[in-house]
Design a protein around this ligand. Structure first.
Ligand SMILES: [Zn+2]
Length: 79
C-alpha cells in the first residue's frame, strides 16, 4: 500500500498524459482544480476535480477573455 502511494499517478484532463509521482514528489507542476458545486448551480451536490499539465493550462487559459492574474513570488532570505 505504502509502496503504491509513492508511485501514484494523476492524468491530465486536457491531453490524457500521466503525471508521475516518484517518492511522493511529482516530476512536474500542474493545476489541481477542485469544485464542490452548490445550490445555485446545475451541478448541486457534485464534487468535480480537473487536473491540467502546464501545457494544457497555457492552451486553455489562452482561450479566456481575460488572462489569469499573475503575481511573482519573491523568495525572502532571513537576515
Ligand atoms: Zn495536459
Amino acid at each position: 500500500m505504502r509502496k503504491n502511494d509513492r508511485m501514484k499517478t494523476l492524468t491530465c484532463n486536457g491531453c490524457g498524459r500521466m503525471l508521475v509521482r516518484d517518492k511522493g514528489i511529482f516530476r512536474e507542476d500542474f493545476v489541481d482544480l477542485r469544485k464542490n458545486w452548490g445550490y445555485f448551480s446545475r451541478k448541486d451536490t457534485q464534487n468535480h476535480r480537473v487536473i491540467l499539465c502546464e501545457d494544457c493550462y497555457d492552451r486553455l487559459t489562452g482561450l479566456l477573455a481575460i488572462p489569469p492574474q499573475i503575481e511573482e513570488e519573491t523568495e525572502l532570505l532571513a537576515l
